[in-house]
Design a protein around this ligand. Structure first.
Ligand code: NAD
Ligand code: MG
Length: 389
């Protein structure tokens, strides 16, 4: 029986993970969970799953949930909150496997502490690898524990890499759906609305990653994620647009062989793979090969999607530049969702913040979080409301 902690239990990946656990009760037990601010969902989960620890983002929400559960006779569930709460969930001594699926840098400390505590970690939260991948992968190597990618492309690469040795890998091809604006002319980008940007063609996901998929920043983050997970320089990690999202990624070996992974577009499959690795177990997540009509591929357009270029630049520099890339994007996407800036402003905020962030190579998570905070305030200064104040 594998005992599981979920960081980000109320999100899209969190729900899919709970579904995988529910479908395999003989293998997996939900032990602890960290939610954000959705107290209704957190309460329902507490009743259904009776975790040992439940963490909420704020102290106020934690208090509310604690009181309600006590009234219902569920007072034995330990309620925690904030960063310390996520760390408690991730490092509980009885936890074997941590699914890291909080969105953004909010999940970084708990993910790092999970690795440091020697837990097996399944990584959906790519932002923590973008901000602190060097530190996290170094710690995982020290612990001699694998970091199992849940992000579908990296999960595909992980699977394909089992077909050869690391030193035989020539390059990695990450596939991108291209997002909702693949065929929109650049001249129309200024007018893109929040609703249009949230309408992803192939995946249903949280808001941040959906907007990042529309700007291709998500793919840029994934390039950095691949460099760090698979210890490869950015020039050997390529992006190719593949609108059907059927091939989840490809690995090219030195003899010219290319291995690809195909499956349904359902995150429960990479989650199941990570949870059962190195085994594979039966599932009903089937892909009908006879439905495979066509597979299209095209290179991404760097002029239309400047975020991808910025991510490659950050990947080459490493350290504070990738921290700034993520922090500024987090701020800019939130501002776009609040309709404070336009779609094309996102890359501008990120570029200026990156340029203004001095080159540094942090040696601890605390240093990473300090650089992240500085980059956030630099990004905030670019927003119109800052000027208006
Ligand atoms: P989501 O917005 O649906 O869920 C995010 C979760 O994080 C929620 O449970 C929320 O409550 C929690 N959270 C947010 N801020 C928090 C805080 N301060 N403290 C504690 N919890 C907090 O997002 P998602 O789509 O599930 O994505 C989660 C992560 O997985 C992201 O990093 C994303 O890039 C990555 N990812 C998602 C998908 C997907 O298909 N959804 C695919 C690949 C990678
Ligand atoms: Mg992905």
């Amino acid at each position: 029986m594998k005992r599981i902690a979920i960081l980000g239990s109320t999100g899209s990946i969190g729900r899919s993970t709970l579904n995988v656990i529910e479908n395999n009760p003989e293998r997996f037990q939900l032990l602890t969970m960290a939610a954000g601010s959705n107290t209704e969902a957190a309460l329902n989960d507490a009743r259904r799953w009776k975790p040992k620890v439940l963490s909420l983002a704020s102290e106020q929400d934690a208090e509310k949930v604690r009181k309600q559960l006590k009234d219902e006779g569920l007072g034995e569930i330990e309620i925690a909150h904030g960063q310390a709460g996520t760390v408690r969930v991730a490092t509980h001594p009885e936890v074997d496997f941590v699914v890291s699926a909080i969105v953004g840098v909010a999940g970084l400390k708990a993910t790092y502490e999970a690795v440091r505590a020697g837990k097996e970690v399944g990584l959906a939260n790519k932002e923590c690898l973008v901000a602190a991948g060097e530190l996290i992968t170094a710690e995982a190597r020290r612990q001699n524990k694998p970091l199992l990618p849940i992000d579908s492309e990296h999960n595909a690469v992980h699977q394909c890499m089992r077909g050869g040795r690391m030193n035989e890998v020539e390059r990695v091809w990450l596939t991108a759906s291209g997002g909702p604006f693949l065929n929109t002319p650049t001249s129309d980008f200024e007018k893109i609305t929040v609703e249009q940007a949230l309408n992803h063609p192939t995946w249903k996901m949280g808001q941040r990653i959906t907007i990042d998929s529309a700007t291709l920043m998500n793919k840029g983050f994934e390039v950095i994620e691949a460099c760090r997970l698979f210890d490869m320089p950015p020039e050997r990690v390529k992006v190719i647009v593949h609108p059907q999202s059927t091939i989840h990624s490809l690995v090219e070996f030195n003899d010219g062989s290319i291995l690809a992974q195909l499956s349904v577009t359902d995150m429960r499959l990479p989650i199941l793979y990570a949870l059962t690795y190195p085994e594979r177990i039966e599932s009903d997540l089937r892909f009908n090969v006879l439905d495979l009509k066509r597979l299209d591929f095209a290179p991404p357009d760097p002029d239309k999607f400047p975020c991808l270029r910025l991510a490659y630049e950050a990947a080459a520099a490493g350290g504070s530049k990738t921290i700034a890339l993520n922090a500024a994007d987090e701020v800019a996407v939130a501002a776009f969702l609040k309709r404070e800036i336009g779609f094309t402003d996102i890359s501008k905020v990120v570029e200026r913040t990156m340029n203004e962030t001095p080159d540094r190579h942090p040696e601890s998570i605390e240093e990473v979080l300090a650089i992240d905070a500085q980059a956030r305030s630099l990004a905030q200064e670019q927003l119109p409301r800052h000027v208006a104040r």
